[in-house]
Design a binder for this molecule. Structure first.
Ligand code: ADP
Ligand code: MG
Length: 268
């Protein structure tokens, strides 16, 4: 089963943390938008039954005929499910609540953990420069599929007291996927989200996380910013909703760090 993730020139990044509300979806859609804005063809795969990435990129629930469910069950090839968003160069495989049942449906199949990787390896799927996978708040079969399909994992951590709680479990899961299915899987980086510089505790959390994880932590801090939290209700990424707000600017900066790290890895 061991094989290199992905195919062609796509870089596949999984955004994962089993905690909910830490900024996975916000990071996935804004990073994707920033990468699309510099001319990359970018695909977001929504693997959360909640479908927040789909909503945040303007795809109405009533309008999700084909979804990541169809990709995982093998009913449809990925390129038939990927669709345009309002952001030029940015495509999405939306999700629906059907995903809640997919684990049961495929759990007895031999290829259950490589379903997404196989879908991404199909020739028609190789037209994207970047693929970002938005995971559910769980280390379940969906997240394992995402890690198995990816070159790297990007971990958002919220700047709060329990930021590091659960991280060892997440890193163990990455280690497990690496030792079994995806030997080249790396940690792209750890991004600190919802940072409030007026809050002493938040500053302490940043110091602690940097002391613990060192260079894996991006220099960019994503500030807590009301414009970022308003954007999804308009079906837009923050970068499109208000490019000049501090949150959007931080996500642009994060994108340049991500690209730098990808270049470094590719050159190595
Ligand atoms: P997850 O996908 O990990 O569950 P989300 O990205 O959905 O997390 O973020 C959780 C909530 O926090 C959402 O309501 C989102 O709009 C809000 N949020 C995320 N990042 C920020 C930020 N930088 N500033 C303000 N609100 C944010
Ligand atoms: Mg989410």
């Amino acid at each position: 089963l061991q094989r290199e993730a992905g195919s062609g020139r796509s870089r596949i990044i999984t955004v994962a943390n089993q905690k909910g509300g830490v900024g996975k979806t916000t990071t996935a859609i804004n990073l994707a938008t920033a990468l699309a804005a510099i001319g990359e063809r970018v695909l977001v795969i929504d693997l959360d039954p909640q479908g927040n990435a789909s909503t945040g990129l303007g795809i109405d629930r009533s309008d999700r005929i084909l979804s990541s469910y169809d990709v995982l069950t093998g009913a449809k090839p990925l390129q038939d499910v990927a669709r345009e968003t309002a952001v030029p160069n940015l495509f999405i495989v939306p999700s629906t609540m059907d995903l809640l049942g997919v684990e049961m449906e495929i759990s007895n199949t031999r290829d259950r953990v490589v379903r997404l990787r196989n879908a991404l390896a199909a020739p028609g799927a190789a037209t994207f420069g970047y693929v970002l996978i938005d995971c559910p708040p769980s280390l379940n079969l969906l997240t394992i599929n995402a890690m198995t399909a990816a070159h790297s994992v990007l971990v958002p951590l919220q700047c709060e007291f329990f930021a590091l709680e659960g991280l060892s479990q997440l890193l163990e899961t990455v280690g497990h996927v690496r030792s079994t299915l995806n030997p080249s899987l790396e940690i792209q980086g750890v991004v600190l989200t919802m940072y409030d510089s007026r809050n002493n505790l938040a500053r302490q959390v940043v110091d602690d996380v940097r002391a613990y994880l060192g260079e894996k932590v991006y220099r960019t801090l994503i500030p807590r910013n009301v414009r970022v939290s308003e954007a999804p209700s308009y079906g837009k990424p923050a970068i499109l909703y208000d490019l000049n707000c501090s949150g959007s600017q931080a996500y642009l900066q994060l994108a340049s760090e991500v690209i730098q790290r990808e270049r470094h890895t590719r050159a190595a």
